[in-house]
Design a protein around this ligand. Structure first.
Ligand SMILES: Cc1cc2nc3c(=O)[nH]c(=O)nc-3n(C[C@H](O)[C@H](O)[C@H](O)COP(=O)(O)OP(=O)(O)OC[C@H]3O[C@@H](n4cnc5c(N)ncnc54)[C@H](O)[C@@H]3O)c2cc1C
Length: 293
């Protein structure tokens, strides 16, 4: 399908982008890499009269480190994350999520901000960023606010972001000692396979290997990436091992609301959540102990 009757605006600054969005919304869409927006417009998922591109706002690209956190600019691509030393050294769990995403061409075009702001239930970045306690910065001409990622999503492709707000960066705090996280994903094929079910998990252990903090987030099995509070809670105070991980897996299955579609039945997705939760927790445990999963 050919796209017609769309006015394309290339913003040079955040001010311009926010102003145009304020002026044209709800008949306008922000665009970053365009790997979702252009597909959605061409397939008619939605229509719009204005597209506001963020691509010329170079300040939104790349990673910066501060004392307490890593800041991922919204226009950073998955391949830039894969090439980053700080990601390899401090956030290997983020690599789990971008390694199998799409194909190299998409990983060069797509952006982390688009993956998060798009709020597609099977998106690969949100679950791992949630268990890493990340937050997003939303910028508009009237204010800037920081929203914890676990409170950002409200439904499929819906978030708390207002039309004139631009997601400028994702902040990920540096992990404390004896902390490990991991992401497990199942898709029907290795490349270009949309996730059927995903689980991200993080653990903080004490000197004796007892779990002091734990977070488990399920993806592609609910309208939003869902933090499984009970799965985290049952792990606290227990030795990091299979017995505790099995209990957490049951809680993660309990909170899932999978659907049946062309990729999988709901029952199979629920079964997958059990397996992926145990895998993610075991890999997180190994990382917390300084081992390589
Ligand atoms: C062939 C193919 C394979 C794919 N495989 C995967 C996969 O394996 N895993 C996966 O997770 N995704 C996959 N995707 C989906 C897509 O590539 C990702 O979600 C990508 O990260 C979206 O980023 P983008 O910059 O292209 O977003 P865009 O398409 O530009 O935007 C996506 C949405 O986010 C909004 N948006 C973008 N940037 C901002 C911002 N800074 N502030 C506010 N709103 C913003 C847009 O308005 C739009 O609603 C695939 C897509 C294709 C075409």
């Amino acid at each position: 399908m050919v796209l017609t009757d769309i006015e394309f605006h290339e913003a040079n600054t955040l001010e311009e982008a926010s102003e145009w969005m304020g002026q044209y919304a709800p008949n306008a869409r922000l665009m970053a890499g365009g790997t979702d927006v252009l597909v959605d417009l061409k397939t008619g998922r939605y229509s719009t009269s204005h597209v506001v591109s963020l691509n010329r706002i170079f300040a939104l690209r790349g990673l910066t480190t501060t004392n307490g956190s890593l800041r991922i600019g919204a226009l950073t691509t998955p391949n830039q994350l894969r090439a980053s030393t700080v990601i390899w050294e401090r956030f290997p769990a983020i690599l789990d999520a971008v390694r199998d995403m799409a194909v190299p061409q998409i990983r060069n075009m797509a952006t982390v901000g688009g993956n998060v702001a798009g709020a597609v239930p099977s998106g690969d970045m949100p679950p791992i960023l949630i268990v890493l306690n990340a937050s997003v910065i939303l910028w508009s001409r009237s204010r800037e606010r920081e929203v914890p990622l676990e409170g950002f999503f409200v439904g499929p492709r819906q978030t708390v972001r207002r039309d004139d707000e631009i997601l400028t960066e994702i902040r990920v705090p540096y992990p404390p000692p004896r902390f490990g996280a991991a992401y497990s994903r199942f898709a029907l094929r290795e490349a270009n396979g949309c996730a059927v079910a995903t689980v991200a998990a993080s653990l903080r252990l004490d000197e004796k290997g007892i779990i002091r903090d734990a977070r488990v987030c399920v993806g592609a099995v609910a309208p939003i990436p869902k933090l499984a509070q009970k799965a985290g809670a049952v792990l606290i105070g227990k030795p990091a091992g299979n017995a505790a991980f099995r209990q957490a897996a049951e809680e993660a299955q309990e909170i899932s609301q999978p659907i049946s579609d062309i990729r999988s039945s709901a029952d199979y997705r629920r079964e997958l959540i059990g397996v992926l939760t145990r895998r993610a927790l075991d890999a997180a445990r190994q990382r917390a102990l300084g081992e390589r999963p």
